[in-house]
Design a protein around this ligand. Sequence first.
Ligand SMILES: CC(C)(COP(=O)(O)OP(=O)(O)OC[C@H]1O[C@@H](n2cnc3c(N)ncnc32)[C@H](O)[C@@H]1OP(=O)(O)O)[C@@H](O)C(=O)NCCC(=O)NCCS
Length: 175
Amino acid sequence: MNEAGMNEEEHTQSDVEIVPAIFKDIEGIATILRESFPGKAKYYKIRSWEHESKKILRSDKGWITFIAVHQGEIVGVVAARHLKTLNPTVRIEWIAVAKSFRQRGIGKNLFDHLTKWITTSFFNQQVRITLRARTDVQSFYRKLGLRCYGRGWMKKRIGGQSDEPANPKPSRKVK
Ligand SMILES: CC(C)(COP(=O)(O)OP(=O)(O)OC[C@H]1O[C@@H](n2cnc3c(N)ncnc32)[C@H](O)[C@@H]1OP(=O)(O)O)[C@@H](O)C(=O)NCCC(=O)NCCS
């Protein structure tokens, strides 16, 4: 079918590309976050969505951010941070998809892309992905293989040989 003839509803995730976010994407990311977390800047202690979008591009501070792009327009974002814990941990700080593009697999696609990137970057070491999820979104994360471990926190282990650490130790933050 001619793409120009499609209306928005007919687009599938094959029209969407997942790429690393760069400086020029700040406005587009801010738009997605503002739309996805309306009126929540104060709650999340965020100066402005533009400021937050700039912050999540700081790879020198451990940030890993990917965007979903549809015909040049940013329609989704996932931003995570590599924490300096004893065992490698990546904490997802933001994941959001533009309202009109939800329920088409883009959120899952962003998560899968991040997961693949982590597996490659950590040379198949076991890495723990964590995040804090609102109760209304927990089933989305459950579908991605995460499980709850208390007070809204969820986790998933990726890479390595097994799903659980060979020598389980509580992961401590090292400053
Ligand atoms: C949560 C969010 C990122 C999901 O993105 P999405 O692109 O719509 O999700 P997908 O289409 O990839 O969904 C993957 C699966 O999860 C399910 N799912 C998606 N959103 C869900 C939700 N809010 N609750 C329960 N299940 C959900 C889908 O039905 C799909 O299931 P299936 O594989 O059985 O078909 C998106 O709804 C969003 O941006 N919400 C606002 C921001 C937000 O709340 N972020 C999370 C903060 S904790």
